[in-house]
Ligand binder design. Sequence first.
Ligand SMILES: Nc1ncnc2c1ncn2[C@@H]1O[C@H](COP(=O)(O)OP(=O)(O)OP(=O)(O)O)[C@@H](O)[C@H]1O
Length: 337
Amino acid sequence: MRKRARVIYNPTSGREALKKDLIDILAVFEQAGYETSAFATTADPNSAQNEATRVAKAGFELIVAAGGDGTINQVVNGIAGLPHRPKMAIIPAGTTNDYARALHIPREDPLAAAKVVLKDQTIKMDIGQAGETYFINIAGGGLLTELTYDVPSNLKSIFGYLAYLLKGAELLPRIKPIDMDLTYDGGHFRGKASMFLLALTNSIGGFEQIVPDAALDDGKFTMIIVKTASMPEILRLMGLVLNGGKHINDPHIIYKKTSKVIAKPVEERMMINLDGEYGGDAPMKFRNLGQHIEMYANLDAIPDSAVTSESPEVLEAEQRFVKQVESLPDGERETED
Ligand SMILES: Nc1ncnc2c1ncn2[C@@H]1O[C@H](COP(=O)(O)OP(=O)(O)OP(=O)(O)O)[C@@H](O)[C@H]1O
């Protein structure tokens, strides 16, 4: 039997280019050896997720997520918990398209994005699990991340967001550090911070310098804790970001690699942001599922530093080691309070 592919596309996302090119996109996947059909997502917010689960259970070999980062997130949520997870391909059609940027998939031309499949290059991507939900790119908590819910979606890039904050002066008094308690591989932070972020790729809000050294398949999040909440300090840090990622050594920043995080609020409520959407309240456990979903990517264009040569077995051994270290009494571990 021929391999089967399902294109799950959001007919409302981004430009009309996706719908216009759909017939040609289907032909590309046929050319790649897949018997291909298409499903248009509906106003039901779970439609992409449900369809992804259905076709994965039916044994399809490939799901093509065509839309914005929200559609990719939903497809991943539909398959991440299943034992048989089809491969994925990405056709970006949103506004920011962080995920396609990380995989070096063309972002302006849906047909060119589809043709990446013809190169037959894939990468087994790490994804994150937070409670029962999965995320593909970024999780976070703290008041700086909570404010994103109020931001119009066309400003959801980090810098558009800062401009919005500076303009919308009524939001500024809400930015203050809150007490948080974060346990990560080999360390612990308890103190005031304006946000923490867990990144899976180096592509956040349209920028590649916030997490300059994120690897896509090393089984680890890059964690950033921003300890200051002063707007001039945050703007200075953004300046360091633009200046080649120099923020990572700043004393206001904790920058670590970790495969697991437990986030607990101390006194105030801490809402958790998963891929830009509200994802429940802390306490929350985050786990990196190393090399969990195989995706077509433009591997030639991805820098070597973003791809590990480690096999899943080596990653597993590393994670076992981390567990052993975590079971040591606190005094034998590094702490940061
Ligand atoms: N047929 C539809 N009618 C109305 N809403 C839809 C439909 N299909 C999907 N949606 C909604 O679109 C949202 C997902 O959007 P997606 O991320 O794909 O594109 P986008 O919003 O253009 O991207 P970006 O977030 O990058 O701007 C979800 O909230 C989903 O419920």
